[in-house]
Ligand binder design. Structure first.
Ligand code: SF4
Length: 141
């Protein structure tokens, strides 16, 4: 699956959940809490492939799924630039110390496996918008 098709599909899934919560007149804070991992596993099993195994994408006590993927994750399926005969397809716009540029053959992809930045509730609150695509607007290059 390409970055772009994942991005479009995920945006749609996110939108459907938020619209449902707005119909229930949920507040911003309640909407954020609704995206807590434990609640999502129970109530939104299709939102993330890891839910069926009750597995978190990052080892952390309280993980919030509202900002999955990450507003700092920039990608371009056609490739962004050449780096030493390899092609870069994604990078972190804040160069998080817990992220890295992973090399996979002649491809370079951002490796976020050790970074928990977008999953903290206060980070979600700080960057919150009901429109997930608006938060992610600098991701798709
Ligand atoms: S390294 Fe962290 S902050 Fe950077 S894109 Fe990945 S998850 Fe986001």
């Amino acid at each position: 699956m390409s970055y772009q098709s994942w991005f479009v599909q995920h945006a749609q899934k996110h939108k459907i959940i938020v619209e449902k919560l707005l119909e229930q007149e949920k507040t911003e804070d309640t909407i954020i809490d609704y995206f807590d991992f434990e609640n999502m596993v129970k109530n939104e099993p299709d939102f993330c492939p890891l839910y069926k195994d009750n597995k978190k994408c990052h080892e952390m006590e309280e993980l919030n799924c509202y900002l999955c993927a990450c507003p700092n994750f920039c990608f371009k399926d056609e490739g962004i630039k050449k780096v030493k005969k390899k092609v870069q397809y994604s990078f972190c716009s804040i160069e998080s110390k817990d992220g890295k540029q992973g090399e996979y053959g002649d491809k370079i992809h951002q490796d976020c496996s050790k970074c928990r930045v977008p999953h903290f509730k206060n980070y979600v609150t700080k960057h919150f918008d009901l429109d997930w695509k608006k938060i992610m607007q600098k991701c798709s290059l």
